[in-house]
Design a protein around this ligand. Sequence first.
Ligand code: NAP
Length: 240
Amino acid sequence: MKKVILITGAAKGIGRGIVEELSKNQENTIIINYNKSEKEAIELEKKVGENAEIYKADVTNKSEVEEMIRFIIGKYGKIDVLINNAGISQIKMFNDITQEDWNTMLNTNLTSAFITTKAVTPNMIHNKNGCIINISSIWGIVGGSCEVHYSASKAGLIGMSKALAKELGPSNIRINVIAPGDIDTDMNKDLSKDAIEEIKQSTPLGKLGKPIDIARCVKWLIEDEFTTGQVISPNGGWVI
Ligand code: NAP
């Protein structure tokens, strides 16, 4: 069936991997949301071709998000799948995290998902059909040292998803979470060679993940019809 899919923060990294995987099905219409990475977004749109469209919106900005959702529904009539992927990270000792750091982290990683989800669910409830996938992190499950605000935001996504899965299940809307381990993207570009080696050594599969590893999981969750409120963690066995 033809699906309209919105992926936030999709011009690069994991989001881009998801776009590339899902666009292999020419029946899908994919909206590539971006904020700062305009050049990458335009290049990706060209690469994917006719079934993709880029849209600039800051996911922390309620009116920009609402405008984006109105645009998509106005043009395509519906949104079948929302993937809340946009996010930021920051490594800081707990006592160095300022109130501003905390607010920025929670706004970008958690409140953004509240805003986008609130904007799409009326259409999904009306259609009695929807799939929402929230990209959390392994740190949202086990907590990451020197990433307290990041871990809190990602744990919040898990709580939000589980509660909403119960509330919206009767409307045939599935909400699931993917909590990746370390994935090779710009988010980890400042990690030293030694730190990456250490991660590989403590990972049973002996490697970092790639965006495609998350994209395959997304594809499966979109196709599945009986999974909701679950947390799936592709992490190479790092946390079992
Ligand atoms: P990335 O390459 O740094 O990409 C982050 C994306 O988030 C960018 O496309 C960026 O868009 C977007 N974004 C950030 N703030 C935004 C805003 N206010 N509005 C719209 N988009 C915004 O990192 P990534 O690894 O692909 O991360 C994707 C998701 O996976 C994040 O939620 C991250 O927490 C999660 N994750 C990553 C890892 C990992 O090891 N890489 C592990 C677990 C979870 P623009 O550049 O256009 O602003």
